[in-house]
Design a protein around this ligand. Structure first.
Ligand code: P6P
Length: 335
């Protein structure tokens, strides 16, 4: 029963930076995720944590109380571990500069981008929700405060990406570039134990996840792919099934384990796509490729897209390479 810390030390040769700093970084992530786990698991019992905060966030969305709690939990835990120099959060318009004392000038190199609680509209109806995180090494000189350029790096520069899914169990899933591994929280001892070693997409995926209510607003290529999935089950022995819970982390986690494609294309309501590039799509795309799959905007590899704005949106598709390539073929032929 490997703990997360033991596993990181066991695999330290795969990480090009200090193991001690990686452990401190994960210590922050674990601390915040345990606090959120506790609140999520009693959300139905206390008025003070469910429902809307009454605030509209930077995205123009109705911020849930737990969104705000999760945002604060991660900011405070990163500040306390003296290893992060800047944070961009879905819940904050601008990036957050963290000025830690620098005993060692090489410390505080890490930049964290985070969606503290994705899918939070599901909190009050007890559907899985998740935190998504993405980590880079700063580019700006270490003597200075971080700059916007530190946050607008391409996804192929990530050194660590992952999510925590708060569902029937709380599971932390991450990759540093040597495969995808999942650790399940044992709440009785507050420890994450290795439960999913080397997660990878099954070659044959049979699940497609998309909000089909937007069908009339999709491009021809997307509509053709949906009809392809719905075609007669016996043709070429295809037997697809639709699964969509309105929570990216929940849909992705299931699809990576059981084999399926997640699609959020641009549509009339979201002409640039709905999902945000730097703290939702890039980390999930990093995990997708590490799990043997493919992630694009329907044409371009997500990890190669150069971000221009902090909260930039993009069309997003991720899943088994075969399924994503099939969708891209339809989009290529039909637009
Ligand atoms: P829709 C949640 O708000 C989210 O960002 C993803 O987690 C989820 O997959 C998607 O949006 C759901 O969006 O438009 O289908 O409700």
């Amino acid at each position: 029963m490997y703990t997360l810390g033991e596993f990181i030390i066991e695999n330290r040769d795969y990480f090009s930076y200090s193991t001690e700093e990686l452990l401190r970084l994960f210590s922050s992530i674990k601390l915040a995720s345990k606090a959120i786990h506790k609140e999520v698991n009693k959300a139905g019992l206390t008025e003070k944590i469910i429902g809307s905060s009454g605030i509209t966030n930077i995205q123009g969305e109705n911020q849930q109380k737990l969104d705000n709690f999760a945002h604060k939990a991660f900011i405070e835990s990163f500040k306390s571990r003296n290893v992060v120099c800047g944070i961009a959060s879905e819940e904050s318009k601008d990036f957050i500069v963290i000025n830690n004392k620098k005993e060692n000038p090489l410390q505080n190199q890490y930049i964290v981008l985070i969606d503290p609680l994705d899918g939070s509209s599901n909190i009050d109806v007890n559907v899985s929700i998740g935190t998504i995180f993405s980590v880079y090494i700063r580019k700006s000189p270490i003597q200075m405060n971080v700059t916007i350029e530190d946050f607008l790096q391409r996804g192929n520069q990530q050194i660590l990406a992952g999510y925590i899914i708060y569902g029937s169990s709380t599971i932390l899933v991450y990759s540093i570039g040597n495969g995808v591994h999942g650790f399940t929280l044992d709440p009785s001892v507050g420890t994450f134990y290795l439960s999913h070693h080397n997660l990878s997409f099954p070659k044959e995926g049979k699940i497609y996840s998309i909000n089909e209510a937007n069908y009339t607003k999709f491009s021809n290529g997307i509509r053709k792919f949906i009809r392809y999935c719905q075609e007669n089950k016996n043709k070429e022995n295809r037997s697809y099934t639709a699964r969509y819970i309105g929570s990216l982390v929940g849909d992705f986690h299931r699809n990576m384990i059981q084999g399926g494609i997640y699609i959020y294309p641009k549509n009339a309501s979201y002409p640039e796509g709905k999902l945000r590039l730097i703290y939702e799509c890039n980390p999930i795309a990093f995990l997708t490729e590490q799990a043997g799959g493919k992630a694009s905007d329907g044409k371009r590899r997500i990890l190669d897209i150069e971000p221009k704005k902090l909260h930039q949106r993009t069309p997003f598709v991720c899943g088994p390479t075969e399924m994503v390539s099939k969708l891209e073929e339809f989009m290529d032929n039909c637009g």
